[in-house]
Design a protein around this ligand. Structure first.
Ligand code: ATP
Length: 576
């Protein structure tokens, strides 16, 4: 975090100078008090009036200085956090999907909301306060030594306590603070889930269960907050008491010196005032050290993100797809001991249209995920034009492959923005894509056409409409390889048939489709059907070959009713 502390060095130096000047006004105030009291004790009315005049000027100037110090501090914090938050976000957005998924989304949300506020208050603000309090301590101590060195001896004897305290309790405070931060993160996760699953909660009447769940998370947040508060209050109270002890010691020693005629009453008052500038900084410094220590674990979270290497820096830049995709003896497991894919071998040549079918949980989506580079800890090799995909830059991989998933993410923006995703395309090109993705009837039926807002997560649209937007989004990118994972599952068979047909007609496009819908007259358009069972390839062939073989695919197909309900002729005619 030091890098960010010094990032705006100029502003930091101005702040330090201003804080130093501010501490000098404290000393001036103490000496002014001495002059006022001594002029009273000596019954010197002229001196009294003179000091009063300076006091008024002093009050105005110190008000202005106080104000300027606060403004400059805000400016420094503001600029530093602007940079820090931008850098954090840019690191986050540059992560590859695999490392991004290692953390829960709420972990990141909590970092950018709760933790960043803690970092600002308990690290940056505290360090500035630490500098200010140190200046106060030093200037006040030096002045008190000049006034009366015996008082310094008193300060040293009782002054160790407030410094010792944070060292004694720092570790515990840090641990409790981390627990508090973690529980806040869990609370955010659960709130996000409850709100996104609102409709499920209502329709399954599980409000009471959810209330209980919420109560658990809530009480955990409050419990950890309370525990943290208890320990930090204890440390603060201990620091205050030790401060008070110092204060008392100086009054006792100072009064004794006044009685003995070694010091004027004015100096005693000034010393008491200066003691404030020693006692309160010592207490505050103790608290500051505590806070800085307590933020250590949270700080580590930020460092981890800020200094995470973006694995994508050194990969191969692959600009075109020329030959084929190959899976060679690929085996993979999400968790040790449970193979999800086992010895998967197949290849897809450029321009080929390939479908992957199989029962639920057989590993179809996992094959797509591996091809998309979500995981690289698989055995065997996946190559594009002979190059291992683990060596290809992620950016470059996504220039070659577009993916359309079943769950479509929608930005809360217009249909057009959701298709072009912040890029510019000509109207003609866009219209062509809209036609191909089956969006034309929807756009024509809407008053605002392409500029219609889709609502939060696309809530103003149906599942099928969202899928068609996703298809358009992938087509507009115009990559040589297109992956569809149940991408037409929300569409009626007729629309699905039309869209898949129009995609299959794009000659140059290599398509890999995962589908549950075993519809004969769609499947027979594919060059190759890969049939998966329990993570292994069971059969590969064209639709007709697999039907003739009367093997596993044939049994799946007949169970689905593909041959029985005579639906094929219906879809054929729909397409014609
Ligand atoms: N992130 C994950 N962590 C652990 N196991 C997973 C994960 N994702 C999938 N699996 C498991 O891997 C197996 C294959 O999942 P996959 O999603 O590839 O199947 P699928 O054939 O696409 O299924 P479906 O047709 O139901 O979508 C399943 O048993 C699933 O439970």
């Amino acid at each position: 975090m030091k890098k960010y502390l010094y990032k705006h060095k100029g502003l930091l130096i101005i702040n330090i100078i201003l804080m130093f000047v501010l501490t000098l006004t404290d000393i001036l105030l103490a000496l002014g008090l001495k002059e006022i009291v001594d002029s009273g004790v000596n019954k010197n009315i002229d001196r009294f009036k003179e000091i009063l005049f300076y006091a008024i000027i002093f009050v105005i100037l110190s008000f202005l200085l106080d104000y300027i110090v606060d403004v400059m501090k805000a400016k420094y914090i503001n600029k530093t956090f602007l940079d820090l938050k931008e850098d954090l976000f840019s690191k986050l957005i540059q992560k590859d999907i695999m490392s991004f998924r290692k953390q829960n989304i709420s972990h990141y949300i909590s970092m950018f909301t709760n933790d960043i506020t803690m970092l600002e208050q308990d690290y940056f603000n505290t360090i500035l306060d630490f500098i200010y309090q140190s200046f106060r301590l030093i200037t006040a101590t030096v002045t008190i030594v000049i006034i009366n060195p015996y008082l310094l001896v008193t300060v040293i004897i009782v002054g160790g306590l407030p410094i010792l305290i944070p060292n004694l309790f720092g570790k515990k405070v840090s641990q409790y603070k981390k627990e508090f931060s973690d529980s806040l993160s869990n609370f955010t996760t659960s709130m996000k889930e409850f709100l996104s699953g609102y409709e499920v909660i209502k329709s399954f009447n599980i409000e009471n269960k959810i209330k209980e769940e919420y109560a658990n998370f809530n009480s955990e947040v409050e419990r950890t907050k309370y525990r943290f508060k208890v320990i930090s209050s204890f440390v603060t109270a201990l620091s205050s008491v030790s401060g008070f002890l110092m204060f008392l010691a100086v009054i006792v020693v100072g009064t004794y010196m006044v009685i003995k005629g070694l010091m004027t009453v004015g100096y005693l008052i000034a010393s008491v005032q200066l003691m404030n500038y020693i006692v309160s900084p010592l207490g505050n410094l103790a608290g500051d050290i505590n806070k800085i220590k307590s933020i250590k674990k949270i700080n580590e979270k930020f460092m981890e993100l800020l200094f995470s290497t973006v694995s994508d820096k050194e990969g191969i830049e692959k600009v075109a797809f020329n030959d084929k995709i190959e899976f060679k003896n690929v085996s993979f497991s999400y968790k040790e001991g449970r193979d999800v894919l086992k010895d998967v071998n197949f290849s897809i040549s450029k321009g080929e249209k390939c479908a992957i079918v199989g029962s639920s949980g057989s590993g179809k989506t996992t094959i797509l995920k591996l091809l998309l580079g979500y995981f690289d800890d698989f055995d065997g090799e996946i190559t594009i034009d002979g190059i291992d995909i683990r060596k290809i830059k992620a950016d470059s991989l996504y220039q070659l492959i577009s993916v359309i998933q079943q769950e479509v993410f929608m930005f809360d923006s217009s249909i057009k923005e959701n298709i072009v995703l912040f890029n510019d395309y000509s109207d003609n090109y866009l219209n062509e894509i809209i036609e191909k993705s089956g969006l034309k009837p929807l756009i024509n039926s809407l008053d605002n056409g392409l500029n219609t807002y889709v609502g939060e997560s696309g809530c103003n649209l149906s599942g099928g409409e969202r899928q068609r937007i996703a298809i358009a989004r992938a087509l507009v990118k115009n990559t040589p390889i297109l992956i569809l994972d149940e991408a037409t599952s929300s569409l009626d068979n007729e629309t699905a048939f039309k869209i898949e047909n129009s995609l299959i007609d794009i000659k140059e496009l290599t398509i890999l489709v995962v589908t549950h819908k075993l519809i004969g007259n769609i499947l027979e358009k594919y060059d190759k059907i890969i049939v998966i069972k329990e993570g292994r390839i069971k059969e590969i062939g064209t639709f007709q070959e697999l039907i003739d073989k009367k093997g596993y695919f044939y049994s799946l197909y007949t169970i689905e009713g593909g041959l029985i309900d005579g639906s094929e002729s219906k879809y054929l005619s729909a397409a014609e």
